[in-house]
Design a protein around this ligand. Structure first.
Ligand SMILES: Nc1ncnc2c1ncn2[C@@H]1O[C@H](COP(=O)(O)OP(=O)(O)O)[C@@H](O)[C@H]1O
Ligand SMILES: [Mg+2]
Length: 595
């Protein structure tokens, strides 16, 4: 029962999407189906009239046979034309394509609006992957199936209407003969449908393995280490397991339904037999053909309906996933009356006893962290891998809310700020930055879509990021497409891609520039150049950066030293060296490396 309710409400949701997209098309879709069925029954009836008109034993017909023949052929044409050509071919095709477009936009819009915490959540990631892999073909298929069910239902109803001319109990007999198939379908259908759920861990593994072949860096390692066969054989093992789980119940179902289907011709035999002799039954030969056609249609449409309803339940599992994804709500509560800063300038940032533990994790990633960043200060964050540096940035960007303590921007709790307004203050280079297979110019301009593309600003950003030479190297300069994905594209080295990402952050010309390990892929001289430029430019702005290179870190106004989720010390380079703590230790170790 629960399942039926869910199916109905899910279908309503999908239909309302289809309706919003194009109400006329949706109506036309179902209307042409019903019209097609009406024409088909007109053909059945026309055939009866035609036979009666030409049979030697018939009483003189209502219309001349030639008129009946012409009309019969016309309806034959109309029924084909409306249902097969217009409905099944044209409308179905246009509808499917439009639906795919609508669904794609809905899904992408939703995913781009998820919280970062949700994107990092394994369960939600799985859901996203499942929906991405299936929505495109399963969901339009559901509407298609609904259309078939409309066809089945209209045919069954018209058959029953015609049954009143004959003996309706004979139609009931046919319905009884089809009934065991309903039972069979319900029994095996369930096994088949639940497999989607039961096998989904395997299906997830298979999807994951398949995804490996999409990634360049993995394909490279695969080649070098030669482990592609290892992965392929794991994939084919999973495929066999999944297939076997499906095949055996389906084989059983097929066998049982072949055996039980014998009841249908038996049930057809009984009514038809009583009309074999027209003299006895009081019906004409034409009546016999009508009954034959309608009974056949009745039994076929009943059992087809069964298959279609089964398909509906099966595809409803995909629809369920789709709707679950669309109904994920943000875990962060947005303020009712958000504070909006009128100007976009540097502000005072205060971390006040901030503690945060990632969902599902036992250990806090940052614990009792307090520090102040004054307006326009350049600050470096240092610490070992896993110390909590990136987490601090994620909290500052409100990807997560602290569990304890608070973050204040010019005295306003970050939770009270309009997040879009706050983001306009920030240019950011993530540790895992984006590479867009667009033109070089677009790669930079994406940093500020509010600006009209400004060539001189783009060039200036590239220059500051020490990336001017990239423009020169590319045959089409700023207009050159990057990456190997498209024919005209030119790939860059990782370091060059990173410089482009820095240029993108700079193009935003925001009062804060946050760089998370910006120099991981860049050589020391390029780094020195970039930081010289940045520090010059960021005189009245704030540069927050995470780095392991002390040659850069030492120039910061303040350095926050993180150790195992906590602040170990804060101060200038000179202060920290004097204090002789962790910072001094790391600094001397690195210095020794250069001596
Ligand atoms: N999305 C996440 N979910 C759970 N734990 C995480 C997540 N991201 C980071 N962590 C954990 O939080 C701690 C701090 O990570 P992070 O801030 O990325 O360190 P780093 O100082 O290297 O930037 C680490 O123990 C890390 O494993
Ligand atoms: Mg990090």
């Amino acid at each position: 029962m629960q399942k039926n309710k869910k199916l109905i409400s899910n279908l309503k949701f999908l239909l309302s999407l289809a309706y919003k997209q194009d109400p006329v098309l949706l109506w036309l879709y179902f209307a042409t189906t019903i019209l097609g069925v009406i024409f088909m029954f007109a053909v059945f009836f026309g055939f009866k009239l035609l036979i009666d008109a030409i049979a030697p034993t018939s009483p003189s017909p209502l219309f001349p046979a030639i008129v009946i023949l012409t009309t019969y052929l016309l309806f034959e044409y109309l029924s084909r034309f409306v249902y097969y050509t217009v409905n099944n071919y044209y409308i179905s095709y246009v509808f499917r394509s439009k639906m795919q477009n609508t669904l794609t936009i809905e899904v992408m819009k939703k995913v781009s609006n998820l919280d970062l915490a949700q994107i990092e959540d394994g369960k939600i990631r799985n859901l996203i992957t499942k929906v991405f892999d299936t929505y495109n073909w399963t969901l339009p298929e559901i509407i298609n199936t609904l259309n078939y069910i409309v066809y089945n239902t209209a045919s069954i109803l018209l058959s029953l209407l015609i049954a009143t001319r004959f003996n309706p109990s004979q139609f009931l007999l046919v319905a009884v003969a089809v009934a065991p198939l309903f039972y069979l379908r319900a029994k095996y259908g369930d096994a088949e449908w639940s497999m989607y759920g039961v096998k989904s861990p395997r299906a997830n593994q298979l999807w994951y393995l398949r995804g490996l072949f999409y990634e360049n860096n993995i394909l490279t390692e695969m080649k070098l280490y030669g482990f592609s066969n290892y992965i392929l054989s794991r994939m084919s093992r999973l495929q066999t397991e999944i297939l076997n789980a499906y095949v055996s119940p389906i084989a059983k179902y097929t066998l049982h339904s072949v055996v039980l289907s014998i009841l249908i011709p038996i049930a057809l035999f009984i009514p038809l037999k009583s009309y074999i002799n027209p003299a006895q039954s009081g019906h004409t030969i034409g009546d016999f053909t009508l009954l034959l056609n309608v009974l056949f249609s009745f039994s076929t449409q009943l059992s087809n309906m069964l298959v279609n309803v089964g398909n509906l339940y099966k595809n409803n599992l995909y629809l369920n996933d789709f709707i679950s994804l669309l109904s994920i709500k943000s875990a962060l509560t947005m303020p009712k009356k958000p504070v909006i800063f009128k100007t976009i300038t540097p502000r005072k940032i205060v971390f006040d006893n901030v503690t945060f533990t990632y969902p599902g994790s036992k250990k806090p990633a940052v614990k009792d962290v307090s520090f102040i960043i004054e307006k326009g200060e350049n600050v470096a964050i240092v610490g070992e891998n896993g110390a909590g540096k990136t987490t601090l940035i994620k909290l500052l960007l409100r990807f997560y809310d602290p569990d304890e303590g608070a973050i204040y921007i010019d005295g306003v709790n970050l939770k009270e700020l309009d997040i879009g307004n706050w983001y306009r203050h920030i240019g950011m280079l993530f540790q895992h930055f984006g590479r867009y297979y667009f033109t070089l110019e677009e790669n930079v301009a994406l940093g500020n879509v509010l600006y009209p593309k400004d060539k001189s600003k783009i060039s200036a950003a590239l220059l500051q990021a020490d990336a001017a030479s990239i423009t020169k190297e590319l045959p089409k300069g700023l207009k050159n497409v990057l990456g190997k994905r498209f024919e005209e594209g030119q790939d860059l080295s990782t370091g060059q891609w990173q410089k482009v990402a820095i240029a993108r952050a700079l193009y935003r010309s925001a009062p804060y520039l946050i760089l998370d390990e910006p120099t991981a892929n860049i050589d020391a001289s390029a780094e020195a150049k970039i930081f010289d430029n940045l520090i010059k430019q960021y005189k009245n702005k704030s540069l927050l950066f995470i780095s392991h290179r002390f040659s850069t870190v030492r120039h910061a106004d303040n350095i926050i030293v993180l150790h195992k989720s906590q602040v170990e010390a804060i101060g200038s380079h000179a202060d920290l060296i004097k204090q002789g703590g962790l910072y001094n230790k790391f600094f001397s170790l690195q210095k020794r490396g250069f001596e």
